[in-house]
Ligand binder design. Sequence first.
Ligand SMILES: C[S@@+](CC[C@H](N)C(=O)[O-])C[C@H]1O[C@@H](n2cnc3c(N)ncnc32)[C@H](O)[C@@H]1O
Length: 347
Amino acid sequence: MAQPLFSLDGESLITPQSVTNHRHPSDKTAEADLLATAEAEFVLIMSLANQRFSAGNDLAEATEWLIAQMHDLRWKYGPAVWQGLIPIIQAHPSAKIMQQCPFTRWSFEKPRGYSGDASLIDFIYGHEAVAHEVAKSTPLGLNIFEYTRNAPGPVAVRERRDILTEYVDMVAAEKGPETEILTVAAGHLREAENSQALKNGGMKRWVALDQDPLSIASISSQFHGTCIEPIDGSVRGLLAKKHKIGTFDFIYAAGLYDYLTDKVAIRLTQVCMDMLKPGGMFLYANFSDEMADDGYMESYMNWELLQRSEADMWRVTNASADPNTVDSKVWFGANRNIIYSTIKKRS
Ligand SMILES: C[S@@+](CC[C@H](N)C(=O)[O-])C[C@H]1O[C@@H](n2cnc3c(N)ncnc32)[C@H](O)[C@@H]1O
């Protein structure tokens, strides 16, 4: 894993080790008891997977099967054993095969020095910015990619991008040309590419904040001359109220809460609620605990996330705003791999 060329603010658990340290206080006894059994089961799964891969006739189906097996293994043995199994999976020869998939490889190698960088999400979006990386892949890698990019998690991420565009356009249609929007952890702000309100000058400003200078540079060059204002900033800066950026009609964060503990998630939501104008809305998204690709992501992709259930989302939402002053909702995307909460401040 490369070292980031900027300092991580420490508020997001965006390295696998930081997630692990937070989530799983080590339980060595349980691990030792069950790890050998789990490893034997993994070896059996891999021998079946190898047969499917060597037969070579339906690699996408073989990858789908393997992803489902990793999910089952993760849930069957529980967090402590699963944490012990991850390095075994990553050292297995199958990892070299799976990493021929450009999306899996990027996630595993972490060229930006942390998990879930905006270029990784570009593989999911099928964006031209990563076409050169995809083009370097072997035919086998491309076949695997065909499944990994169409697995339930990535399908939900593409829907999330479209939902964000819809919300931005809906708020701009309601509030008119004075609309002000803030995106926290904007990445490459791909949801802006299809925004009609942006295209038609239907808003006053769209502030896009991210900690990664490369993401900010990408937004600056792509959206130069529009009302988008990129800001090199962090969750920590927002919590410390360091960024003097005013108030907004709509604030949202996608691909961020998956790395925030409840404590930081609640503090950030409170700060964002304070930056809303009366009648403004805050939205955050999180991978749900029903997601299907978690075992594959955490092992072959070395991409750990804090998944949240519906109850977890309500806990964060209700702790962040006085229910008497807001109208809140928690709802799933179409395939239930991503869950959303919206908190609307009453006028
Ligand atoms: C998974 S990407 C999501 C990008 C975009 N929101 C999307 O939905 O495609 C996560 C982004 O969060 C940013 N990020 C993570 N932790 C952050 C922090 N503590 N402060 C600011 N940005 C952060 C990363 O730099 C990265 O660009």
